[in-house]
Structures are given as C-alpha cells and as structure tokens.
Design a protein around this ligand. Structure first.
Ligand code: NI
Length: 254
C-alpha cells in the first residue's frame, strides 16, 4: 500500500468529484492519506475529511502565504483541533519567499509560533519552504523542531541541505517534480539520501507528475512518483512503496 503524506482533497478543485477522486486513489493502491490544511478553513475541512474517510488523517496549520492575518486566537483553535485523534501533524507551515507578500518577518513569526505549538502538542511538522533555505533551517534549529521531527515537503533544495535535515531526523517529501525532465536537483537528492528518510506525496491538486504534468493532480498518480524513485535508487517499486509507507507510519504513529 502507498502512504500519501501530502494532499489537499479539501481544495475547491475537487468540488465536482471529490468522492470519485478519493475512490480512484484508493483503487490505485493508496492506503493512507494525510490531508494537509493550509488555511484556518482548510484545517476545518481537513479534519472533516479525516472523520469521513477511515483511510484519512489530517494535518492542521497555516501556510506562509496565508499567515498575514493570523492571531493568537487562531493558535488556540489550532491547538484544539490538534487534540482530535485524527490529527497527526502541524502543517503546512513554513516560509515562501517566492512571493513578496506576506512580509518575511511576519512569515518567520508564524512559522516559529506554529513550531512551538507542535512541540506543545507533541506532533510532527509538515514544512513548506520555497526560496528560503537559510531562514527555514535556522528557525528549525532555533525552535528545536527536531524534538518533534517532520517532513520537509516538496523538497526543492540541493542535496547538502537535504542531508542536514536527514541528520536531524527529518523526512524529505518527494512528489511530482522528481518525474520532470528539469527535476535533476530533486533526482540527485533522491539518489543521495537513504530511502529510510523519504516519504512520497502529491501535493494535489498541484504538481502533477509526468505524464499528467500541467493537469489537476490527484493522489492516484503516486505510482508514477514511486516508479521514478525506484528507477533512481535501483530498487523495485514495491520496495519503495513499502519502505516509504513504513517511514510515514513511524512519523505519524498510524
Ligand atoms: Ni501543500
């Protein structure tokens, strides 16, 4: 069975056919899903999905792009949601310097604050980090995030950065980019870190793998990602599937 560690089935892209898309993913061999919240509303919807489907867990947290108006009252609400038995992580949280907004200081503040929440409730984190390698690493170190561990999702940095996370006990989330012709950097990361530190993800509805690149992504395409990792590492796809499944269970506890 495949463990999908990062999907957004609550996204409006699935409003027309959510049930069918989830069933198609299960039919394609996905046995567990973490539906990841990105906004306060998305967190509520993620927890709802996790209660609707046996195979689902939820992560609750606010994405850097959505952190501008966060308040301490929101942190209290996240903490309440995190007490739900179906919630397995705090995320996605992090830094995204690709866009100018919200200001970097605001992003940093809420990233650090949500790591403190994760440590308080004892859940791992799911980290979104784009064009912010140095600040992400330094906040993770300063806030002692390794105490709870987690996933650096949609990993986009060089191998030496990946190694630093692996050494701290974090997992590297590998998705559709590994199948792209211009995904050489991520292929190198996959080749050079142990399979025991890799988890698979789609980030659907975004980032569809080849041969579906540019279309709506869905968890049913995870086999394309697993096949590519298997090719890179010289392993059988079934072995990649089972090791990455076990990695996710080790992290999330189910
Ligand atoms: Ni995501």
């Amino acid at each position: 069975m495949i463990y999908e560690t990062h999907t957004h089935f609550d996204d409006k892209a699935f409003d027309e056919d959510r049930e069918d898309a989830i069933k198609a993913a299960i039919a394609a061999g996905v046995g567990r899903f973490v539906n990841v919240g990105a906004s306060m509303d998305g967190c509520i919807r993620s927890v709802e999905l996790a209660h609707k489907y046996e195979e689902f867990s939820a992560a609750v947290g606010v994405h850097p792009e959505d952190c501008k108006d966060l308040t301490e009252a929101d942190m209290d609400r996240l903490e309440e949601m995190a007490a739900d038995e179906k919630v397995v992580a705090i995320g996605e949280i992090g830094l995204d310097y690709y866009w100018d907004e919200p200001e970097r200081d605001i992003q940093k503040k809420w990233f650090a604050r949500q790591i403190r929440l994760a440590r308080k409730v004892g859940l791992p984190i799911i980290v979104h980090s784009r064009d912010a390698a140095e600040d992400t690493l330094s906040i993770i170190k300063n806030e002692n995030a390794a105490e709870v561990g987690g996933i650096i999702h949609c990993f986009s940095y060089p191998t030496e950065v990946a190694r630093q996370y692996v050494d701290m006990g974090f997992y590297i989330g590998i998705g559709g980019v590994v199948t792209f012709k211009n995904g050489r950097k991520l292929k190198e990361v996959a080749a050079n870190i142990p399979i025991e530190s890799i988890v698979v993800e789609t980030d659907s509805p975004y980032m569809a793998p080849v041969p579906h690149r540019g279309k709506r992504n869905s968890s049913q395409y995870l086999p394309f990602i697993i096949e590519e990792i298997a090719k890179i590492k010289g392993m059988a796809p079934a072995e990649v599937e089972s090791v990455t499944y076990d990695n996710a269970v080790r992290l999330f506890g189910k």
